[in-house]
Design a protein around this ligand. Structure first.
Ligand code: WT7
Length: 645
């Protein structure tokens, strides 16, 4: 290990922060030793309940069960909108920054209320009621947030599908959760180019008979197809509605949303989150991790199609009555200075982005950054993948001018909110280190036998107790949730990540230890990509592994075995890449395809990915034991023809 350059908590930050080091210790201790008292206080101070809860938590991790505040009732939009109106009706809720730098807009809490209520009434008019599933396939425009909130207002369960997913991927997700209504736009706009969202929806819906309505926001006015019996212009339906819509009072354990994410096996899973616990953790982590103060302007660059967008563009900020910035474009359009210009334009105080973006911008030269002022910035955040120390240092010294703490937030779609992260007034920062658990979070490191490792060490990262925003189910397949997260280590939630704990008790996430890839902060299952590739008539078998990639973090390396009678060609390579694009989306396009005459398999027929991973990573000295292979010679052939990256 190279030496770690620790940045001690700044005195100045600590003196004004919500949580100082001693406050963290005291609150953390209470959160794990007296969870009932701790969570009762937090849930009552962060949220407004229609009906107070009397039960706090009931859990049994052996069967993946937990219930939080179960007899309480609340509505998410009352918490994110209505209760702020007496003081904040005219305060900005959302700053929207369009793809074109000349396009921006502010939406006040009153306007947000009007828009959400109108759309909620429109949903009810189309027959949507509590428990129904609504799919949201949108560009990054305010209507995406209105759509999520309108669902929450009427008790419908939203399933946001990232606008970069293909029609096939959208189709699978709509069918899996049996959505009956889709909200989309004619086209999206990103980096000066349009994305044919409505056309994708039309393709996706070819085999979704239960979808009776498609609401279409007019974003560009481009040409689109129209199905008069199903499609409705959003504005035509919404404009005529009343701005008052009675909120559905929801049980704390009623579902709020489904969000699909990739795992090591099978199709993406619909992670189900519920109302009370999720909103509490989103609200609380927003305030404490980002040390949010009244008036702060917060910008999270994620897309609402990912959990980061759910928790830190929409629910967390709005639950705190904050100003949240929503960005339609990309960091490199019109040029690589865009983020810093947006920060100056809107006087952003907190900027939250992914290491992949930081690395890409770092490579384009400091002048793009130093041309801007950035003096409004107070805090920086990182999310989605491990941040390498070099990128961390650049983010800290160039973007933050050496004066803004960086919060490296580790969490997952399944955790709903931050789990391991520094709090800026409490924790010393170490580049690449996620540091300490959030309140109520009890991480452990487990060895191969499933025993807890004490003190400094490295192992599988798991949680030994539930937390309010823990995954509640995999939609339509509860057993799959139990099998995936609660069976590897009995009595624990298993994260899929490895981690190291240093002598200070700080956690360093080492990355996935299962067959999940993290490509530019996007999660992809190797099995998903393999299934896309073997759909091609020429392929017999495929094995996908990750390898280190300078910008993306991980690149996608595919070993492909062709059927008898097919020859490798550039043409075929392109077809296989196109296959992944069609089945999943552009994020799943392989970086490397290696033609493999055979794959290393055990005598029982199991592909030995460990070996394939090492070949892809050029780690040839230590391939491990190959003696159990059915045909050890395939390894030499693969090594000889490995790709030059
Ligand atoms: C996986 C979860 C959390 C929202 C975005 C991604 C990796 C996430 C960090 C971090 C190291 C990280 C993990 C995790 N990851 N944040 N700060 N340091 N790794 O959510 O798509 O559910 O992916 O992303 O491997 O398991 P997701």
């Amino acid at each position: 290990m190279s030496e770690v350059l620790t940045r001690p908590v700044s005195e100045q930050v600590a003196s004004s922060a919500h949580i100082s080091a001693s406050k963290y210790d005291e609150m953390y201790r209470q959160s794990v030793e007296q969870p009932q008292a701790f969570w009762t206080e937090q849930a009552n101070s962060f949220l407004q309940w229609d009906k107070p809860f009397t039960q706090v938590v009931e859990e049994d991790l052996n069967r993946g069960h937990c219930a939080w505040f179960a007899d309480g009732q609340l509505n998410v939009t009352v918490n994110c909108i209505d209760r702020h109106l007496p003081q904040r009706a005219n305060q900005t809720a959302i700053i929207w920054e369009g793809d074109d730098p000349a396009d921006s807009e502010t939406i006040t809490y009153q306007q947000l209320s009007d828009e959400v209520n109108r759309l909620a009434n429109a949903l009810r008019e189309r027959g949507i009621k509590k428990g129904d599933r609504v799919c949201i396939y949108m560009p990054m425009i305010p209507q995406a947030a209105y759509a999520m909130l309108a669902c929450a207002r009427v008790g419908a369960v939203h399933s946001v599908v990232f606008g970069g997913f293909s029609p096939d991927a959208l189709n699978n997700r709509i069918l899996d959760s049996d959505c009956t209504l889709v909200i989309t736009a004619d086209e999206g706009v990103r980096g000066g180019r349009t994305i044919p969202l409505k056309q994708n929806v039309d393709k996706a819906l070819a085999t979704c008979p239960n979808v009776h309505s498609v609401l279409v926001v007019k974003r560009t006015g481009g040409d689109i197809g129209w199905h008069a019996d199903r499609d409705i212009w959003y504005h035509e339906l919404v404009d005529k509605q009343s701005t008052e819509c009675a909120p559905e009072s929801m049980g704390a354990e009623d579902p709020l949303f489904i969000l699909y994410t990739s795992g090591s096996t099978g199709k993406p899973k619909g992670v189900l989150h519920t109302t009370g616990g999720y909103l509490l953790m989103a609200a609380m982590s927003f305030k404490y991790t980002f040390d949010y103060k009244e008036g702060d302007i917060f910008w999270c660059t994620a897309d609402v199609g990912w959990v980061t967008g759910h928790s830190y563009i929409v629910y967390g900020p709005l639950a705190n009555g904050a100003v949240t910035l929503m960005f339609e474009g990309v960091p490199t359009y019109p040029d690589a200075s865009r983020c810093w210009q947006v920060i100056d334009k809107h006087q952003v105080n907190t900027f939250y982005t992914a290491p992949t973006a930081i690395r890409a911008l770092m490579g384009m030269g400091d002048h793009h950054v130093t041309n801007s002022d950035r003096s409004s910035l107070k805090l920086l955040g990182s999310v989605g993948e491990p941040i390498n120390p070099e990128a961390w240092e650049w983010y800290y010294s160039v973007v933050g001018d050496g004066r803004c703490p960086i919060v490296d937030t580790w969490w997952q779609t399944e955790t709903g909110a931050h789990m391991i992260t520094p709090l800026p007034g409490a924790h010393n920062l170490k580049p690449g280190c996620a540091t300490k658990p959030f309140f109520g979070v009890q991480p452990v490191l487990l060895d191969e036998k499933g025993e807890e490792i004490e003190g400094a060490g490295e192992g599988a990262l798991a949680m030994k107790a539930s937390w309010p925003s823990m995954i509640r189910s995999v939609y339509g397949d509860h057993q799959r949730m139990v099998d995936t997260y609660f069976s590897t280590f009995k009595g624990y939630y298993f994260t899929g990540d490895g981690a190291r704990r240093d002598a200070d008790g700080d956690y360093w996430i080492t990355g996935r230890i299962d067959d999940v890839l993290n490509v530019s902060g996007h999660r992809l299952g190797t099995a998903e990509i393999e299934s896309a590739i073997v759909l091609h008539p020429a392929t017999a078998e495929a094995a996908v592994v990750g390898y280190p990639h300078d910008i993306k973090g991980q690149g996608i390396y595919c070993y492909v075995m062709l059927k008898e009678g097919f020859e490798p060609s550039e043409e075929l390579r392109k077809e296989l890449i196109a296959m992944c694009n069609t089945e999943i989306g552009p994020i799943a396009k392989p970086d490397v395809i290696q033609w493999a005459p055979g794959l290393p398999k055990t005598r029982s027929g199991k592909i030995m990915r460990r070996i394939l991973r090492k070949i892809a990573c050029n780690e040839l000295d230590n391939l491990g034991d190959t003696s159990t292979l059915a045909d050890p010679s395939v390894v030499d052939t693969l090594i000889e023809h490995r790709a030059n990256k």
